[in-house]
Design a protein around this ligand. Sequence first.
Ligand SMILES: *[C@@H]1O[C@H](CO)[C@@H](O)[C@H](O)[C@H]1NC(C)=O
Ligand SMILES: *[C@@H]1O[C@H](CO)[C@@H](O)[C@H](O)[C@H]1NC(C)=O
Ligand SMILES: *[C@@H]1O[C@H](CO)[C@@H](O)[C@H](O)[C@H]1NC(C)=O
Length: 234
Amino acid sequence: MPFASTLYFATMLLFALAFRAGAAPQPITRRSSSDLSLTAQLRLADTAIERYQLLPNDSDFVFNFTGTEELPVATSQNWPALVGVGTAFSMSQLPACSMSFLHLHPRATELFALVSGHILSEMIPQAGVLDSNNKQRVIRTDLRPGQVTIYPAGSFHTQVNPDCEPANFTAAFTSDEFAVSLVAEQIFSFRDGVIARTFGQSIAGQDIERVRDAIPTDMAIRVDECLSKCGIKQ
Ligand SMILES: *[C@@H]1O[C@H](CO)[C@@H](O)[C@H](O)[C@H]1NC(C)=O
Ligand SMILES: *[C@@H]1O[C@H](CO)[C@@H](O)[C@H](O)[C@H]1NC(C)=O
Ligand SMILES: *[C@@H]1O[C@H](CO)[C@@H](O)[C@H](O)[C@H]1NC(C)=O
């Protein structure tokens, strides 16, 4: 199976979600309530009782991840029943031999649970959390099916699937609109001078542009050694 067709991973899809959610919001005062999305109406509801009235169908309380081409992430933007609940959920897959973008969630802690396959996870908590050598602590976990790890809100994290099979996972978030920040791409959006000073002038001018251009934009980053081990075509 060509690698590209197996790409099915939440982080980039979240991007798509962010763009969709960002499509021209209008001030509420300019719209009658019937123009508001169901999600917006639910947010404006005075009470939870009113929210249940806005969700009359029992099927409003079911989100179907199976077999859809939709985003594998349920948030209050695509599943209105999450409004007021304060959580979101993902059921997804990290393809064989791939690594998720180094990312963080600005508004939510994530509980990441492996259903099948194998994941090597790395997480960097806030500054000041040190290891026994007084260096920044990096929490590395080797996850097997049935295990869960925690990414506290704002912590940097990434996952590698080092095996030849996809890794299926679920993830729960403590916000109905948890969002994602992509560390490399966003840092390199600063002006060159800011980047040069940030990195102690070790990178400047053309090199900054080279790094910008080299930051992968694929949905999941391929791990080359693994791809050749598994005989997966790139
Ligand atoms: C309730 O949901 C089902 C399944 O999505 C749909 O077929 C039906 O039309 C809905 N009923 C109402 C009253 O919205
Ligand atoms: C879930 O969605 C898929 C794809 O649209 C569909 O084939 C399947 O029947 C749905 N499952 C249920 C229980 O509605
Ligand atoms: C992983 O998820 C995919 C897509 O939902 C599914 O087809 C596959 O059977 C799952 N693999 C395992 C081992 O559960």
